[in-house]
Design a protein around this ligand. Structure first.
Ligand SMILES: CC(C)(COP(=O)(O)OP(=O)(O)OC[C@H]1O[C@@H](n2cnc3c(N)ncnc32)[C@H](O)[C@@H]1OP(=O)(O)O)[C@@H](O)C(=O)NCCC(=O)NCCS
Length: 123
């Protein structure tokens, strides 16, 4: 019997002198009694603190938490023209699973998104 899918969030906030400078989260979805969860990852670091290891530290924290919560796979979408984020994800063991998919916004602008994924057991 399938249990009802449920969702929960694992957040992390990076703080410097009591001021938030970065935020990341895993949105975990899955079945409680199933073989493990899948999570969607989101991340952002304040522009003046980028390139200092904050993003990597938050990713590391979330991967540790993911293991604790029996998350099997983490997936994310990233703009094709965001090499900084793609480099971070690669460094953390993510690989491209779907080549660019175009998404049209309401104003007619097109976004080109890559899907990446990591097998939590191997990162
Ligand atoms: C993408 C982002 C989260 C990375 O966080 P960060 O704190 O800047 O990254 P880190 O300093 O931890 O760097 C980790 C790795 O990212 C990559 N990276 C960081 N800055 C980079 C740059 N300027 N150019 C290329 N790669 C870069 C490198 O692989 C780096 O590892 P290294 O230092 O061993 O070379 C951050 O730049 C950001 O918030 N950008 C704007 C929002 C965004 O793009 N969010 C992701 C949407 S999918």
């Amino acid at each position: 019997m399938r249990t009802k899918p449920h969702y929960f969030m694992i957040p992390v906030v990076a703080v410097k002198r009591e001021v938030p400078i970065g935020f990341a989260f895993l949105l975990v979805e899955g079945e409680k009694m199933g073989s493990g969860f899948t999570a969607i990852l989101g991340i952002g670091v304040s522009s003046q603190y980028q390139g200092m290891g904050v993003g990597f530290s938050m990713m590391h924290f979330l991967v540790v938490k993911a293991k604790e919560w029996r998350v099997k796979h983490i997936i994310l979408e990233v703009l094709e023209d965001n090499p900084r984020a793609i480099a971070l994800y690669r460094k953390c063991g993510f690989r491209t699973t779907r080549r660019p998919v175009k998404k049209e916004l309401r104003d007619g602008e097109n976004l080109s998104l890559i899907q990446m994924a990591a097998n939590v057991g191997s990162v």
